[in-house]
Design a protein around this ligand. Structure first.
Ligand SMILES: [Fe+2]
Length: 309
């Protein structure tokens, strides 16, 4: 009595030809008990098999592909994640971000990629303070940010983490000449939802090119640079944690970001000033100002896992 379904099950696994192979694999995927895992695995097999058919993947290419995936895994360390670099270089990280924010991709969003350089517990500072903790060359930059909800209402008491690279394009943890936690700080928004600080203009920087991603970029004639940007993470109960980057509008690589992170909404005006600073004529010229409004969306206030230990 019990033998019949068993025989049917086994016979489906005997491959008749390449077309029936896909059906057989899909039938197995369809039996996944968890509905979400089932949905993902069925779709993954459809697309993977479709991809192999479309490009007529050769045996040699398949062996090379598995070696590449192994190499990506082997490159992982506490301070390096080649998989995330690859996801960014293929636009997948940005796609996931855009599909999961801004009303599931229907509207503009301030959300962006976290990147590999966020650290927890950066110094808590008063509004107006400088995030320089050691002498750091670069043009002065005055940042004024506004945190709003989707209706444009100010969000008071949000904790805003700001971090950025130096004028040489290096984060403090990559650069022994910078003090620990240099160019990092946390600010609280005022009753009007504002925060402001002093810094220096960051420079763009190349993503690591000593691995698989570097070889891909070279093979495609792509440069490895990301345009200059300032990272922001805003946290407040009742809102989805805002993970954002604001990109310099005058950067040469704004339109060719190696990680496809620049969205129209996140291009900020880094305004150049050649006149003396109104509050302090001794401030080096030119100086820059950045005024930017971030929108927090409803959701869960949850901190990401810091990429740096
Ligand atoms: Fe960055």
């Amino acid at each position: 009595m019990a033998r019949k379904p068993l025989v049917r099950y086994n016979s489906a696994m005997i491959v008749e030809n390449e077309k029936q192979l896909t059906d057989a694999v899909l039938a197995v995927m369809q039996r996944t008990p968890d509905p979400r895992l089932r949905e993902i695995m069925v779709s993954l097999v459809k697309h993977l098999h479709g991809f192999v058919r479309e490009v007529k993947l050769t045996e040699e290419e398949f062996r090379e592909a598995t070696a590449i995936l192994n190499e990506i895994g082997q490159m992982a360390s506490d301070s390096h994640n080649e998989m995330v670099l690859m996801a960014g270089s293929l636009g997948v990280s940005s796609l996931v971000c855009l599909l999961n924010n801004g009303d599931n991709g229907q509207t503009e969003t301030s959300q962006n990629l976290l990147g590999p350089f966020w650290r927890m517990n950066s110094p808590r500072l008063e509004n107006g303070a400088s995030i320089l903790r050691s002498p750091t060359p670069g043009a002065p930059l005055f940042i004024r940010g506004h945190i709003r909800d989707k209706a444009g209402k100010p969000i008071a008491g949000a904790v805003v983490d700001v971090w950025q690279a130096s004028a040489e394009g290096l984060y403090e943890n990559q650069d022994p000449s910078q003090e620990d936690m240099n160019l990092r700080g946390q600010f609280a928004t005022t009753a009007e939802g504002d925060f402001w600080l002093r810094s220096i203009r960051p420079a763009g920087y190349p993503i690591p090119t000593d691995g698989v991603v570097g070889r891909l970029l070279t093979a495609q004639g792509r440069h490895p640079f990301r345009p200059a940007h300032v990272h922001v993470l805003a946290f407040k109960q009742g809102y989805k944690t805002l993970i954002s980057q604001v990109y310099a509008d005058d950067d040469d690589t704004l339109e060719t970001d190696a990680q496809f992170g620049v969205t129209r909404a996140l291009v900020g005006r880094f305004q150049r000033h050649d006149e003396p600073h109104p509050d302090d004529p001794d401030i080096e010229r030119p100086w820059y100002s950045l005024d930017y409004t971030f929108t927090m969306e409803p959701g869960e206030a949850k901190l990401p896992r810091p990429p740096i230990k």
